[in-house]
Design a protein around this ligand. Structure first.
Ligand code: FES
Length: 293
């Protein structure tokens, strides 16, 4: 993993941690901003009814509770003056009946979440879930491909197989195209001086990038001339990709290659560019051109 990739991954992780922190702060603020709890919450409906229907209700507050370390629900005793009872009253008189009811104040946690709090939390949760998905997708996009596909080390097959395929029975060259690497593997009887030390040759083979260095057309192989000829603007290259003719500014680009356990590996993560060859290292053209000119 390169230093750049590690930095990108670090930035993405930092963003995710920041989003989680922001969510936590917003969540705590929403709790702090919540309206004060209704002191009558938890009072039974029967009590409320009797409270509304009766006149002369007298509330005797209980003495202030002793401070305790843990917040305890406050209890208030309410004395409700009921209708004078005729049944219990002595003849010619009446008896005053007082019902004692206990009102317990509950904390916001005990009374549950208000509708406003619920919508705030749902909205915040949706937003941060969306943010998390975007972050994960970004991370997946930036995560380097470690194996397989263009940009990685591509296994083109065994060296023996490729060597056999690239030279026909009559001695002519038949490049092996490796789609995953977007490259032609060609025999390289010599390594041009300008390419020495770049690691572009292994086991007598080279891997040429299929893209024309002029404007990017795919360059096909021409069996009759034994070279690569671009149909777009007529650039021509030898069998090992040396510049021969046309507007191309340099030789065909190529990749670093190596042999690992008898397998030919094309390292497509690095493209090697070389200047136009002054003299061709291999014979070209060996027959009629495919595009004329
Ligand atoms: S793109 Fe190949 S010659 Fe222009």
């Amino acid at each position: 993993m390169t230093f750049t990739n590690m930095v990108l991954i670090g930035v993405a992780l930092f963003a995710i941690v920041g989003a989680i922190g922001a969510f936590t702060v917003a969540f705590r603020r929403s709790r702090a901003d919540a309206p004060a709890p209704d002191p009558t919450a938890g009072v039974s409906e029967e009590t409320r009814r009797s409270d509304r229907s009766m006149e002369g209700v007298r509330v005797e507050p209980l003495p202030e509770p002793e401070p305790v370390s843990e917040p305890q629900p406050a209890e208030v005793e309410v004395e409700v003056e009921a209708e004078p009872s005729q049944e219990l009253a002595p003849a010619g008189g009446s008896v005053q009946v007082i019902e004692r009811q206990r009102v317990i104040e509950v904390t916001p946690e005990e009374s549950g979440v208000t509708r406003r709090q619920f919508f705030n939390r749902a909205l915040s949760g949706t937003f941060f879930a969306f943010l998390g998905l975007v972050g994960i997708n970004s991370l997946a996009f930036m995560w380097p491909k470690l194996s397989g596909g263009f940009g990685t080390d591509v296994d083109a097959g065994t060296v023996a197989d490729i060597q056999n395929q690239t030279v026909a029975a009559d001695g002519s060259i038949v490049p092996v195209f490796v789609p995953e690497a977007r490259a032609y593997v060609v025999p390289s009887p010599v390594v041009p001086e300008s390419m020495e030390g770049d690691g572009v040759e292994a086991a007598g083979l080279m891997a040429l990038f299929q893209r024309c260095v002029h404007l990017g057309c795919r360059v096909p192989w021409c069996a009759t001339s034994q070279g690569f000829e671009c149909p777009c603007h007529g650039s021509k290259y030898s069998s090992i990709g040396e510049y021969f003719a046309g507007p191309a500014p340099r030789n065909l680009d190529r990749f670093v290659v190596e042999v690992q356990s008898d397998r030919f590996i094309i390292k497509t993560g690095t493209v090697i560019q070389t200047p136009r060859s002054q003299l061709l290292s291999v014979s070209y053209p060996r027959g009629p051109s495919c595009i004329g000119g």
